[in-house]
Design a protein around this ligand. Structure first.
Ligand SMILES: Nc1nc2c(c(=O)[nH]1)N(C=O)[C@@H](CNc1ccc(C(=O)N[C@@H](CCC(=O)O)C(=O)O)cc1)CN2
Ligand SMILES: Nc1nc2c(ncn2[C@@H]2O[C@H](COP(=O)(O)OP(=O)(O)OP(=O)(O)O)[C@@H](O)[C@H]2O)c(=O)[nH]1
Ligand SMILES: [Mg+2]
Length: 449
């Protein structure tokens, strides 16, 4: 699967910052980079993992840029292959010219994610770690960052591998039992076997229970700001964000399309969704906006229902709509005084005009969702949708297998289901290898003596 060619790419965002980084990885990384670089002693005789100052020259010998170059000899590198890094001046054009020169010298432009992919294929990272790199880059809060770090350290991969190993023992036993009925294999079936299956099932369920947390850390708590027109929904979005993101006006029906932005509430990303005010409307575009609002209300993890507290009015949502959902009533415009209607309504009192009560609202959000360091900080592991999928599949296969084992009629069926469960768990870290099962069977049971 290792393609054998040498790839190069710019690793930093174009045009941002004083220095940009170009990485070259593959068997010819050092020799082709040496063609492009002039430095004391030549690149090929540089000690590994030390930066050397040099000049990238084009084919005519003209200077393209002055750079710092670092050689990482494989397998001691990020990808596990020979790697050369060029730190060049940060300009868009300068950086592109250096890359072009490396391509001229024989490198191929790397595909998206190809460095991480190579690291995976060379056993430097498992799949969960490769995914964690992406999570880390896109993390918007400290809590999300911490979870990504834990995953990058290999915690999730290790846990799934531990489950897989326990299961491997069960598979080995069951298959030995089937394949070698005449051998004297200790029929560890019964209680001990089922206990191991149950332990794995428990482990699977435990990991699955972090899926919701994982989704929230990666995507944010979907929090829809809804209400009638003009109550101050867009003002609330802007107030919580701290800048004028959405258009605010005293014209009813200002917001048409939904506007989404993420804020940080006690380390948890909260995705705020400002929506069009809901009312009877004959305006076609406004109607479309209202349909979107209603859809967002259905999809939300948390509903912020905003009302204008200074005027008599009604709630937008019925008790039935709210039932069982995370919901907060937000009474806005308290600077204008409060109408009697809202006297006993409860809710969080705010004024977007005076920026009053916004901290209290953030606290209320965090209380409503039980978002706190103590409930979240403890177990930073948080699986993603792919892991959840693999684990669910594994759990189902395992339940089937258990049934067959208990009934003691279908040990062959149990064996098939156990293997499927094993593969599904193996998919998490990206290590599925049937050769290993054979090794386990003949290794631990000493068959063939
Ligand atoms: N300049 C630079 N900075 C970077 C990266 C990079 O590729 N280049 N990284 C890219 O994501 C991250 C660091 N990740 C890295 C992970 C492993 C190795 C590495 O050389 N591993 C070797 C040696 C291990 C050791 O010395 O302990 C190995 O695993 O064998 C390098 C970078 C963030 N900063
Ligand atoms: N006095 C006062 N005015 C406010 C407050 N919050 C918002 N407003 C005003 O109320 C009007 C409507 O505000 P928006 O934020 O656009 O209301 P909206 O709910 O997004 O309205 P639509 O998008 O039309 O549904 C604007 O003139 C705001 O300046 C507040 O706390 N006090
Ligand atoms: Mg609005």
């Amino acid at each position: 699967m290792i393609t054998g060619d040498t790839v190069a790419a710019i690793a930093t965002a174009p045009g941002v910052g004083a220095v940009s980084l170009i990485r070259v990885s593959g068997p010819d990384a050092i020799s082709l980079s040496a063609k492009a670089l002039r430095c004391k002693g030549g690149l090929e005789s540089q000690p590994e993992r030390y930066a050397v100052l040099g000049k990238v020259l084009n084919a005519d010998g003209d200077v393209v840029d002055e750079v710092l170059a670092t050689v990482f000899q494989g397998p001691r590198s990020f990808t596990g292959e020979d790697v050369v890094e060029f730190a060049c001046h940060g300009g868009v054009l300068v950086t592109r010219r250096v890359l072009e020169r490396l391509l001229e010298c024989g490198a191929r432009s790397a595909d998206p994610g190809e460095f991480s992919r190579r690291a995976f294929e060379n056993g430097k990272l498992d799949l969960t770690q490769a995914e964690a790199i992406m999570d880390l880059i896109s993390a918007q809060t400290d809590m999300a960052m911490r979870a990504a770090h834990e995953q990058l350290q290999g915690k999730l991969g290790d846990q799934s591998e531990a489950l897989r190993e326990t299961l491997l023992g069960v598979v080995a036993h069951v298959e030995a039992y089937i394949d070698f009925p005449d051998e004297d294999i200790d029929p560890d079936t019964g209680a001990a076997m089922l206990k191991r299956v149950d332990d794995v099932q428990l482990g699977i369920q435990k990991m699955l229970s972090t899926a919701e947390q994982g989704r929230i850390l990666r995507e944010g708590v979907r929090t829809v700001i809804c209400g009638e027109p003009n109550v101050g929904k867009s003002s609330l979005l802007n107030g919580l964000l701290g800048y004028e993101r959405a258009i605010v006006s005293d014209i009813e029906g200002t917001t048409r399309d939904t506007v989404e932005e993420v804020i940080n509430v006690k380390g948890i990303p909260v995705r705020l969704i400002d929506t069009a005010g809901v009312r009877e409307s004959t305006d076609q575009i406004e109607q479309q906006g209202i349909v979107r609002s209603e859809k967002q209300i259905e999809l939300a993890d948390l509903i912020l229902e905003v009302v204008d507290g200074s005027k008599p009015g009604q709630r937008l949502l019925t008790e039935e709509q709210i039932n069982g959902r995370h919901h907060l009533l937000v009474v806005n415009k308290t600077d204008l005084g409060q109408d009697n209607v809202w006297g006993g309504a409860g809710g969080v009192q705010i004024s977007c005009l005076d920026e009053n009560g916004l901290d209290g609202l953030a606290d209320a959000i965090s209380d409503e969702l039980l978002l706190s360091e103590s409930t979240w900080g403890g177990h930073a592991m948080a699986i993603n949708a792919r892991h959840q999928d693999c684990l669910k599949k594994a759990g189902e296969f395992l339940s089937h297998a258990r049934e067959s084992l208990v009934l003691n009629t279908g040990i062959e069926f149990a064996s098939i289901d156990l293997r499927e469960a094993l593969n599904s768990i193996g998919e998490i870290a990206g290590r599925v290898d049937t050769e290993e099962i054979l090794g386990e069977i003949f290794g631990s049971f000493c068959i063939g003596k």
